[in-house]
Design a binder for this molecule. Structure first.
Ligand code: UGA
Length: 464
């Protein structure tokens, strides 16, 4: 099929590249010309494992092209995906839909009658936005006198990609959700996604094998537009709730003397609960959970419902970020003048994304307490320098520089490299051998043999 994708962020670029890999003719649009120039030059605007191996072959074959401002090409498409950003408005006052509005208007300005088109909204949006997009497009078409002849369906098709494994998730989704009233649009999208649904495509070579049960088709769920929009919000809210829940249990474990890892294992073996998203620590971050919880809460409140549980999930998460600072204060007492090394900046491993990263709040608090903060991250130091040019914070080039003369080391992101560190070497370089592990990645790793005082989250401290 001929596909147009508006927006080349995580969702747009990964979706566009995957659809090109499946043999479709894909045009990716972005209003950011620099980003498009970068993509045309064969480079990616962000770090995402495996994406390059999907983008570059398709680009060279010529079925994945990048354009800026050439909106006339929208008219060639059978399916147009809206994948633009939907940031939070300041002060948690809902979602900024300016980019979705611009995309819908552009579509209405360009489309000419002649064949059926499906407009798919993949951006995460407040409830009712699919209808809002449809109305916007149709209003512009009406103004141009094209509305009557146009065969157009608008669909909500939320994405469930995780940063860091977005390419895997797009090829091997747990489900595909389509929200529309138009059956022909459902048929068109079923046809577009058929290789993924039937798992009949050849995946990019470097991607891990398909999940077990790979021969069963991917569930394809046709629901109402409101249902599809709420499935997206509810999925993220539930995942955030699961993490905040285990963090609350971890905090209770600390006061009662139990180990949250044992509790999580026992909980996760109940199939109704499941083992994933039960890793306690400094809490969730990233561009989605906070924004989507805020969006859902704003929608609920606008219709007179106070979302008490979601509010608690949200508050607990931001409080949780401070647990590592409190542990340092307990161990080192006054932090003023102490050298604190922070390992991990990105909101999770395998990405350089710093949006709503717990590290930012931890660093800010440490600086405010007068600590001399040093930071290191395997991929996100460049992004961090651009975001926080604070001279109080020293950005280090390697783990050796990070820990040299440090009074405490805090792990904020569970990069696998952390486990590989040479702990004898680290112990020899630090001034005080204190590790506070905000992700419990080093628990049980025998750090005590190098003389470290180690504290995780929700793990009892052995009486020394
Ligand atoms: C999340 C969802 O997992 C995706 O399904 C969804 O499509 C995406 O948001 C989105 O709406 O775009 P993502 O934000 O990329 O994906 O990251 P996750 O892997 O969900 O992790 C989010 C945060 O939770 C990270 O900070 C991670 O460290 C934290 N986390 C995760 C925990 O603290 N404990 C866990 O057990 C799991």
């Amino acid at each position: 099929m001929r596909i147009s994708v508006l927006g080349t962020g995580y969702v747009g670029l990964v979706t566009g590249a995957a659809l090109a890999h499946l043999g479709n003719q894909v045009v990716c649009h972005d209003i950011d010309r620099e980003r498009i120039d970068l993509l045309r030059a064969g480079r990616l605007p962000f770090y995402e494992p495996h994406l390059d191996e999907v983008v570059q072959p398709a680009r060279r074959r010529g079925n994945l092209i990048f354009v800026s401002g050439e909106f006339a090409l929208l008219n060639e498409a059978d399916v147009i995906f809206i994948c633009v950003g939907t940031p939070s408005l300041p002060g948690g006052k809902g979602i900024d839909l300016r980019f979705v509005r611009a995309a819908a208007t552009q579509i209405g300005e360009i489309l000419e009658p002649g064949r059926r088109r499906v407009v798919v909204n993949k951006s995460t949006v407040p409830l009712g936005s699919r209808c809002w997009v449809e109305t916007l497009v149709k209003e512009v078409l009406h103004r141009r006198g094209r509305r009557r002849e146009m065969e157009l369906a608008t669909v909500s098709n939320p994405e469930f990609l995780r940063e860091g494994s977005a390419v895997y998730d797009v090829f091997f989704p747990d489900r595909i959700v389509i929200g529309t009233e138009d059956e022909w649009a459902v048929e068109t999208l079923h046809e577009l996604y058929r290789p993924i649904i039937e798992r009949s495509f050849t995946p990019p070579a470097s991607l891990a094998a398909a999940p077990s049960g790979q021969f069963s088709p991917v569930p394809f769920l046709w629901v109402s537009p409101a249902g599809a929009e709420l499935i997206k919000y509810a999925a993220n809210a539930f995942l955030a709730t699961k993490i905040s829940f285990i963090n609350e249990i971890a905090n209770i474990c600390e006061v009662l003397g139990a180990d949250v890892r044992e509790v999580a294992t026992g909980l996760g073996l109940d199939r109704r609960i499941g083992p994933e998203f039960l890793a306690a620590g400094v809490g969730w971050g990233g561009s989605c959970f906070g924004k989507d919880l805020n969006g859902l809460m704003a929608d609920a409140r606008a219709y007179g419902y106070e979302p008490a549980l979601l509010r608690a999930v949200f508050d607990l998460n931001y409080r949780q970020r401070m647990v590592v600072v409190k542990k340092l204060q307990n161990l080192l007492k006054t932090l003023r003048g102490m050298v604190i090394a922070v390992y991990g900046l990105s909101f999770k491993p395998q990405t350089d994304d710093l949006r709503d990263a717990p590290s930012l709040d931890v660093i800010k608090k440490l600086v405010s307490l007068g600590a001399l903060v040093r930071v290191f991250d395997p991929v996100a130091t460049g992004a961090f320098r651009r975001l926080c040019p604070d001279p109080e914070v020293k950005v280090c080039h390697d783990p050796d520089e990070l820990v040299e003369g440090a009074d405490g080391l805090v792990i904020v992101t569970e990069w696998p490299q952390v486990k590989e560190l040479d702990w004898e070497r680290v112990a020899n370089r630090m001034r005080r051998k204190i590790i506070v592990d905000g992700r419990n990645v080093l628990a049980g790793g025998g750090l005590e043999q190098y003389g470290f005082a180690y504290q995780g989250v929700g793990i009892p401290v052995r009486p020394g």
